[in-house]
Design a protein around this ligand. Structure first.
Ligand SMILES: Nc1ncnc2c1ncn2[C@@H]1O[C@H](COP(=O)(O)OP(=O)(O)OP(=O)(O)O)[C@@H](O)[C@H]1O
Length: 565
């Protein structure tokens, strides 16, 4: 059993065993009804009131025991279901959080949303619940047959042979059902992705008056998803109708045979009544087991899908750990392309020493973000070598990279929590450490006005762009990693605040800074030891501000253009 499926039983075995045990008792009690009916029927053909009295007392006791068993069954059943789903969902989500940024980005988020809503609901009903139902139904089927054999083995054999008919129906159409479930799940993923996109870009839709076009897109996907669900329902209904009509054949044949044997005095009328009652316990499972197995198989494929989407890619976790940054970062002949033939970075050779402050400048699309993304391990399919203290980046565990680097990006994500929780990311930090980063990121005024427990709203909707950016700066500084990467991190701040924040950061000790900036402001550029000028994926110049200005090359022309703008 795979590690995902195991989760349904971890710390839940007792509930599972007790559920099955109570199911066994419940089945035995069900079968006992057939015998009580037989005794009642046979007693009516005799003349002993004492026997009838005994049967009535037995029936009252039977009802009391049945109620108790059913209550216990529901109790353990519900406990088992709750623990199984909590554990499975927690496990899948922890696996998802264990993914690297690189492999997470390869999937669309709509897929994950669909997994944790639609697919989980399907797994709960069609796999976890179905497992218990299948067990109960098999017990009922076998118990019913055993009781029939006890009453009349010949009639039991006939029932067994003709009950193969509905089972065959399910086996034949099972594959088609599985395919329909897979298609419905895939369509739902696309639908969730699209709705998420539209809601995120709501203001864009409104300002471009694109409601009609977007509604058109929505309608198109909506009809696709509903058609897929309808096809699934139709196949399921078709299998159910075929199963129940074949069950009718079994029922009438058994009635006919039973009546014949009773007329011939081979069995009593009580036995025929008992057979009719037992037929429910045999035919019920025959009708439901097929669809249950088919749906379980389809839900099992959803578990495999979840495993593929959330599990870590092999080799991803198997890498060397690195706790500290001692000497330098180096790029040796690094060439990278997103799409074949189009080099985004071309033969990059670069060394950044510990404690250095570097700023990467260049025209839009020159490869600045790609360069730092390679350093962060977002892509591994580059030529050449990137090393940290001589250790090849590709051999380092992702967790080590996250410990070495902090990143402040232009697109900040703010969680729907308090300002403090967004800075600490729900972890504990000494209040002095939090106060220090609040001051360095220029958040003091905001906190004085609103308080650190102020709720930021969904993706920081109650904050301005600059406030969100300052929270993200404080968040990164708090981690105190040896290397800080800033990609247009102060672009949402006014010139003065941006300069003050960057100057604060430039004064931090023992910190290596790699900054991407569009701001060609002399004061700002002089904060850095090294300016790296990138043009069309190649480093054209490296040096401090004065050196590059003297060269009168690419950086000089960039600076002059920005100055005159
Ligand atoms: N995920 C991606 N898939 C394909 N191409 C990409 C991807 N990300 C970036 N690119 C392309 O790679 C090139 C470099 O992009 P990059 O974001 O590194 O440039 P940049 O210098 O940071 O630009 P900007 O200053 O505008 O942010 C661009 O042509 C861009 O279109």
């Amino acid at each position: 059993m795979g590690s995902y499926k195991k989760q349904f039983y971890v710390k839940n075995r007792l509930n599972f065993i007790l559920t099955i045990l109570t199911c066994v008792f419940a089945t035995a009690l069900n079968i006992a009804t057939a015998f009580i009916l037989k005794l009642l029927m046979d007693v009516t053909t005799g003349d002993s009131l004492k026997d009838l009295e005994k049967i009535i007392i037995c029936s009252i006791l039977y009802i009391a025991v049945a109620v108790l068993v059913l209550l216990l069954k529901r109790h353990y059943y519900n406990n088992y279901m709750k623990h199984a789903m909590v554990r499975f969902k927690n496990y899948a989500f922890s696996k998802l959080l264990g993914k690297s940024i690189n492999s997470f980005d390869r999937q669309v988020t709509g897929k994950y949303i669909s997994i944790f809503t639609n697919d989980m609901a399907s797994i709960e009903t069609n796999y976890v619940e179905a497992n218990l139902k299948i067990t109960t139904q098999i017990l009922s089927f076998l118990g019913g047959l055993a009781a029939m054999a006890y009453l009349n083995w010949l009639l039991m054999l006939c029932v067994l042979v003709i009950s193969m008919l509905p089972i065959l129906v399910s086996l034949v159409f099972g594959k088609s059902m599985e395919e329909k479930v897979r298609i419905a799940s895939a369509r739902n993923e696309g639908f969730v992705s699209m709705v998420k996109d539209i809601l995120t870009g709501f203001s864009v839709v409104k300002s471009f008056r694109a409601e009609k076009e977007i509604l058109g897109l929505y309608k198109e996907q909506n009809i696709e998803v509903e058609t897929a669900k309808n096809n699934k329902r139709r196949t399921s209904d078709f299998i159910n109708i075929l199963s129940s009509s074949s069950s009718m054949v079994v029922e009438f044949t058994t009635f006919g045979l039973g009546a014949y044997l009773a007329i011939k005095h081979i069995i009593t009328a009580g036995t025929v009544i008992a057979f009719i009652q037992l037929l429910n316990y045999v035919l019920g499972p025959v009708g439901t087991l097929g669809p249950l197995f088919t749906e379980r198989k389809a839900a099992k494929s959803l578990i495999d899908k979840i495993e593929n989407a959330t599990d870590t890619i092999e080799g991803e976790g198997a890498a060397d750990e690195k706790e500290s940054f001692e000497n330098s970062i180096s790029f040796q002949n690094v060439t990278f392309s997103y799409e074949k033939e189009q080099k985004v970075l071309n033969s990059i050779n670069l060394t950044i020493d510990k404690g250095e402050s570097c700023v990467i400048v260049g025209a839009s699309g020159s490869g600045k973000s790609t360069l730092v993304n390679l350093l962060l391990g977002y892509h591994n399919d580059y030529e050449g070598e990137i090393c940290i203290d001589g250790k090849n980046l590709k051999c380092l565990a992702n967790s080590s990279l996250y410990n070495l680097f902090s990143v402040i990006q232009q697109n900040v994500f703010i969680f729907d929590g308090t300002i403090k929780d967004n800075i600490t990311m729900y972890k504990f930090f000494e209040p002095t450490a939090v106060a220090e980063v609040i001051e360095k990121s220029g958040l003091e005024k905001l906190i004085m006005e609103k308080g650190e427990d102020y709720k930021c709203g969904e993706n920081g909707s109650f904050l301005s762009g600059g406030e969100k950016q300052r929270i993200s700066i404080a968040r990164s500084l708090l981690r105190k990693t040896p290397i800080l990467i800033m990609d247009e991190a102060t672009s949402a701040l006014d010139l003065k605040t941006a300069w003050l924040v960057e100057e604060e950061i430039s004064r931090l000790k023992d910190l290596t800074r790699i900054v991407i900036s569009h701001r060609m402001d002399e004061g700002n550029l002089r904060l850095y030891d090294k300016i790296i000028a990138l043009n069309n994926g190649q480093i054209t110049e490296i040096g401090d501000f004065d050196q590059l200005m003297e060269k009168k090359g690419y950086f000089y022309s960039l600076f002059q253009v920005a100055k005159s703008a």
